[in-house]
Design a protein around this ligand. Structure first.
Ligand code: FAD
Ligand code: SF4
Length: 585
């Protein structure tokens, strides 16, 4: 796949900023409509198969898969006792990464915190600046939202409803399922709609035991719904079906691209249409505006290596730099016409920032599996998903909204969750006897969207390219802490009901940001005074400007967001192409 040269004299139909789930989807949909699209990505195009090395055994790696000694990734404690920017105090390490950058396989994918500083409140901000962004290493749990989420305010009175319903988005979820592939099992749950699934993975012994235990409590455990093609995709030559080789358990994606990533799933096929120009190493620093019309005219970007500045023009500008970077770009794009930043007449850009709270969970042991022959349990894209059960039919007295659990069990390359201690031959024997019998799960809960949780631009600190850094004003609130208490209690209660020995229960709430599901900084809505975008992710203020990533979310729900980001983006880009064709943009 080669990049074609950018033409600075041309007016492109659309310029897309960012090449992750959202930018890749915009490129796919718009090029399929025949539009001439320029895709700008701040990071490099990495030789991704050489980075991921899914088939590499630990003993083939000089550091057994750990980071090289000149690099450091931030731990939970370091996030807790240090304040951003996280560079100072870590001078001994040449490169500093977020907590997710703790393996040799992702060191070039996640950013160096020193080159990309931010300030304000503590936040475990994970960024991947390279072609495909975070989709190169995402966890692949691919869930739909429902009207329990889109119409949450109508149910409990908090926040705002989305300007769309599930029925508006369902056809686009279907399109994403069919184009990218997803595995799972139908459950017919009104609060977690089914996808059009390919062949599911299998639950193992302890997981089936838990599922059966939960059925008695009226709770649902289902196979991990993975954004992975298990049957293959005839229309995509860049992806293979999943062979269940086992490296899915390692942070760092799938080098045969059975798991969805934006380059092979969306961008390379878009390039094959002949309608896409891709420019990597292109750090967009401003969306430009025509002072006569007030419309977006293109963008200014810098070459990340040479620092040279460029301007490109387009009929439509599509911002897809990820929730927080997109807010930053809008705030950076100040002009005489838009002194508060672009698309910000409401003052809501950067606000209503929300995500998922994580931490509470449980490790248990199925005693009847001790000493049984090991099975190949990590050769699948995920274990199980235990669906939301709070505030569906009943009303919880202590908090609103809900949470779900991700978990798994079984034998792994490196035994996990073990409560064995000791050394030597007897210790090894103990580990072997027990390893396949452990089961664990951790919760993901909705963080309420609140105006007072926001990001703005730091007046002093700049990144490596001289661009003002983001400043965070963001903390979990009482609802999140009360929900976290309940997560811990129900996790233990459910494992006990399944008959597992409790090994460990965690009540610790992880640092804000840990879920890597940032959402809501340019929310959609019907009222331009309280929202930034309309239902098609089109700016209320600037009609040829679209923001197509997670920033458009009105609330976070408790389901992982990427499948919804891509479905919304597909819907918005269909609308965009139609409106452009009619001369309305
Ligand atoms: C380890 C991990 C596990 C995850 N697990 C899950 C999961 O199980 N399920 C789920 O739904 N989600 C998961 N996620 C989150 C998922 O990856 C994101 O929701 C998704 O990638 C968001 O897509 P995006 O396009 O908005 O952002 P990204 O994928 O981050 O892409 C944004 C792109 O924009 C580029 N960019 C930023 N600023 C600029 C600029 N100024 N100029 C040009 N380009 C710019 C970036 O370099 C990047 O390539 C996970 C993420 C990680 C890291
Ligand atoms: S289990 Fe499947 S999706 Fe996961 S790394 Fe292996 S081939 Fe890829």
């Amino acid at each position: 796949m080669t990049e074609s040269g950018i033409d600075l004299n041309r007016i492109y139909d659309a310029v897309v900023v960012g090449s992750g789930a959202a930018g890749g989807m915009a490129a796919h949909v718009l090029t399929t409509h025949g539009l001439q699209v320029l895709l700008l990505e701040a990071g490099k195009k990495l030789p991704i198969e050489q980075e991921l090395r899914s088939m590499q055994w630990p003993y083939e790696n000089p550091y057994r898969g750990e980071l090289p000694p000149d690099r450091h990734s931030l731990s939970f404690n370091e996030y807790t006792i240090r304040k951003p920017p996280y560079g100072p105090g870590f001078e001994k390490s040449k490169h500093l990464h977020s907590y997710i950058g703790d393996t040799d396989y992702v060191k070039n994918i996640v950013v160096d915190e020193r080159e990309n500083p931010f300030t304000g409140t503590n936040y475990a901000w994970v960024r991947a600046r390279c072609l495909g962004g975070k989709t190169n290493i995402w966890g692949r749990l691919a869930l739909r939202l429902s009207d329990y989420d889109f119409k949450a305010k109508s149910r409990d009175g908090y926040g705002e409803d989305w300007p769309i319903s599930y029925s508006d988005l369902a056809p686009y979820y279907d399109k994403v399922d069919l184009y990218l592939g997803i595995t799972g099992v139908k459950e017919n749950l009104p609060y977690l709609p089914d996808s059009i699934f390919q062949r599911p993975t299998k639950l193992n012994c302890a997981e089936v035991t838990l599922k059966q235990g939960l059925q008695k409590m009226g709770r649902v455990l289902t196979q991990y719904r993975a954004g992975v093609t298990s049957d293959g995709l005839k229309h995509n030559q860049y992806r293979s079906r999943c062979f269940g080789r086992g490296a899915c358990e390692r942070k760092g994606g799938c080098d045969i691209h059975a798991a969805f990533d934006s380059p092979t799933g969306l961008i390379y096929p878009a390039m094959d249409t002949g309608n896409l120009t891709l420019r990597t190493n292109a750090v967009v620093r401003e969306v430009t505006v025509d002072p006569k019309t007030g419309k977006a005219s293109g963008v200014h970007f810098m070459d990340s290596e040479t620092m040279k500045d460029y301007t490109v023009r387009a009929r439509v500008v599509i911002v897809a730099a990820s929730t927080l970077e997109s807010a930053r770009l809008l705030l950076l794009s100040k002009s005489r016409l838009y002194p508060n930043g672009l698309a910000n007449s409401s003052g809501h850009v950067g606000h209503n920032f929300c995500e998922h709270v994580m931490g509470p969970g449980v490790v248990g042991q199925a005693k009847d599996l001790v000493g049984k022959a090991p099975t190949l349990d990590d050769g699948r894209p995920g274990g199980f998903y235990l669906t939301r059960f709070r505030n569906l039919t009943e009303k919880h007295p202590k908090f609103i909204r809900g949470y779900g659990f991700e978990g798994g069990s079984g034998a792994r390359m490196f035994p996990e969750g073990t409560d064995r201690h000791g050394f030597g031959a007897s210790f090894k024997e103990e580990v072997r006897q027990n390893q396949g019998s452990y089961i664990s799960m951790g919760a993901f809960g909705e963080v309420l969207a609140r105006f007072e949780n926001y990001v703005d631009l730091d007046p002093v600190v700049k990144d490596k390219w001289g661009i003002p850094a983001l400043r965070f004003h963001y903390k979990f609130g009482d609802n999140e802490h009360r929900m976290a208490e309940d997560m811990k209690e129900t996790a233990q209660e459910m494992f006990e009901a399944a008959g597992f020995k409790i090994v460990r229960v965690s009540s610790r709430v992880l640092t804000e940001g840990w879920s890597i599901h940032e959402l809501g900084t340019a929310r959609m809505g019907s009222d331009p005074k309280t929202s930034v975008l309309n239902q098609f992710q089109q700016s209320h203020d600037v009609k040829n400007l679209f923001v197509v990533d997670g920033s458009a979310f009105v609330n976070a729900s408790c389901q992982n967001p990427t499948w919804t980001i891509m479905s919304l983006c597909w819907r918005s880009c269909d609308y965009l192409a139609d409106q452009l064709g009619k001369g309305n943009l």
